[in-house]
Write a protein that binds this ligand. Structure first.
Ligand code: SF4
Length: 387
């Protein structure tokens, strides 16, 4: 079976074909549309339902996060119970790259983040760790994704490129491609993501100039809530896909679990519009005022109140639309502190409280019920100061 097809008349970069379960990514195959389960992986019932829901929405691939051996056990069960759907599964590895060994038998693709790989087992070289993962992929006949995030590039690369964080992201991706090539492993895809669509466009263009052969997974991470999250993503995809760049996409939206199919619908609509030459204009001044960045949530989300919190945040800050202020809200303590670094006000969720920071200054943890009261005070102070 091939990818769910659509009218794709635009010229595409001649990337190599990478087989991921029943689908092909790259090599001229239709652009694959994917999403990620937002449920706790160990909540098997909820995760199975989430995979079914995303598959029913027409996804080509579903991703699941795995952080522990217990998550791996749950993954095996989820795979067994969704096998009849035939939909390929991919897993996001976080810090512990060694879990690849246990994850691989149950999936069609593994994504690792070079930034996280750098931090784990510092006594080993990056090449050794990549070789371990590539070897596991070969043994299990699966693909890999080198998933670089602009906000978590490995510190050596970040220091080398100083203020050019896009340059660091691209260099990190190229470095890992070179390692994999050198190991004789070619069944890989690359992604370079950020919450700023301009950086996504810039990074993917720079990379594609140097490695037009490598299939690219496109996404604006933490794009936020609809409609803004879809608009940000559309701007990036229109520029890249129209130029022939991009072999698979994910639209990351902060929406309730039951609405995750919206990511697939939005992705397909964007692709078919581009294929038909329908480029949408964006609202005037879009991106010039208040910018809310929010993650799409995943199995690491620490409290199910996160989605409500993000939606309420949008409502209570609506009055500040004209002000050039960025507020970031993230679902967990793993990525929350780093992913809020560039925001004027940042929130990230813990199990019982929400952490708040203004710029780089941490203001403390507040109950879910009252954190937005404090945020409004901080927002008012920024506006009074002329922002
Ligand atoms: S910030 Fe945390 S909860 Fe949100 S998508 Fe990233 S890892 Fe998942």
């Amino acid at each position: 079976m091939t990818n769910v097809s659509f009218v794709d008349q635009r010229p595409r970069n001649k990337t190599r074909a990478v087989q991921v379960g029943r689908i092909t990514i790259g090599g001229g195959a239709p652009i694959a549309v994917q999403s990620m389960a937002a449920t706790k992986t160990q909540d098997i019932e909820a995760t199975v339902r989430q995979v079914q829901l995303i598959a029913a929405a027409g996804a080509d691939l579903v991703r699941i996060a795995v952080d522990s051996r217990k998550d791996v056990d749950a993954l095996a069960e989820v795979r067994a119970r969704t096998r009849d759907l035939g939909i390929p599964l991919s897993v996001d590895l976080q810090e512990n790259y060694r879990l690849a060994e246990f994850v691989a038998p149950h999936v069609d693709k593994i994504r690792y983040n070079p930034g996280h790989l750098y931090h784990h087992e510092r006594e080993k070289s990056v090449r050794e760790k990549v070789a371990f993962i590539a070897d596991i992929a070969v043994q299990n006949d699966i693909a890999l994704r080198v998933g670089v995030n602009c906000g978590s590039v490995d510190p050596v690369m970040a220091a080398k490129f100083e203020d050019d964080d896009v340059g660091a992201m691209v260099a990190s991706a190229l470095e890992h491609c070179a390692i994999l090539d050198d190991l004789g492993f070619s069944r890989y895809i690359v992604s370079m993501k950020d919450s700023d669509w301009r950086k996504v466009v810039d990074g993917n263009r720079r990379f594609a100039e140097q490695r037009p052969d490598v299939p690219l997974h496109l996404g604006v991470t933490e794009a936020g809530m609809p409609p803004d999250g879809i608009i940000k993503t559309r701007i990036a995809f229109e520029q890249l896909i129209a130029q022939g760049i991009g072999d698979t996409i994910r639209v990351s939206l902060t929406v309730p679990f039951d609405d995750k199919g919206m990511e697939i619908a939005a992705g397909r609509e964007i692709i078919s519009d581009i294929a038909a030459g329908r480029f949408r204009s964006v609202p005037p001044n879009f991106g010039e005022g208040l910018n809310i960045i929010s993650c799409p949530s995943c199995s690491r989300v620490e409290n199910m109140k996160f989605i409500e919190l993000a939606q309420e945040l949008k409502q209570v800050t609506a009055y500040a639309q004209e002000h050039k202020i960025t507020i970031a809200v993230m679902g967990c303590r793993v990525n929350g502190p780093g992913e809020t670094d560039d925001a004027d006000l940042g929130l990230w969720c813990g199990p019982a409280a929400v952490n708040l920071k203004r710029g780089e200054e941490e203001l403390g943890a507040f109950p879910y019920e009252t954190v937005l009261d404090r945020l409004k005070v901080e927002l008012g102070t920024l506006i009074a100061a002329g922002r």
